[in-house]
Write a protein that binds this ligand. Sequence first.
Ligand SMILES: [Ca+2]
Ligand SMILES: [Ca+2]
Length: 257
Amino acid sequence: MPIFLLAFVMTFLAVPVWAADIVSTRFALLTDRYDHCVLGDCIEYGAVEAVLDDGRILSYRLDENSVFEDVEPRLVPMGLNGRKAILVVRSYQNKGAALALLDQRGGKLVIAAESEPIGLRYRWQNPIGVGDFDRDRKLEIATVITPHIGGRLTLYERQGNKLVEDVQTQSFSNHKMGSSQLDLHEVIDWNKDGIMDIVVPDMSRGELQVLSFVGAKTQVIDKRSFSGTIGGPIVASETGLLVGLEDGNQESWPYPH
Ligand SMILES: [Ca+2]
Ligand SMILES: [Ca+2]
């Protein structure tokens, strides 16, 4: 093989144009070192794992100063080049819960971006999901900060290794204190304008509101009261939302279109 061709092939091999993708993720390393106990028990997690499509398993382990105060890690399209990354709630012993985004770097799983923690021990948040909610062509992460005490629905935008607050609105709750059910919300294009909207209970969890953030303006575009307190899960079916109530019943809310 001519030397220039050999050099070209070696360069090509040295810089892979593809990398393994994350196909699933899970928490590991049970721990009781943060006894907040609002997610059904007093056990949280000390590590998260990523299973790659080439069979490798990458792991990221926290030190004693924080835990993953969460039920299941989420795969979201916020990694390099739109690939999958992992979104989790990371709670610090003295500063409460932050959002953390984990991604692959050089064959390792690392924290690629993180928000500021709430600032107080035993303050938690429940992430809703990811979308371009304000139509600026960048993805935001939606979360309800302190859903038990005046929940602030907040959109975070990624800026380098930081998750920065973009939009914030009061008062919503997508969690019942002490429950392991976190699915009290839905990301869906409710009014069919091509932009994802957020469905989330009000602070009493007796009503669902549909919020649009187009142009960074927060608007309630629909709402509905239910016969009991919303306890989840909230599931999107073909014809509408199926809403679980705390009394065990389920009510449906048909889509407007
Ligand atoms: Ca956006
Ligand atoms: Ca919409």
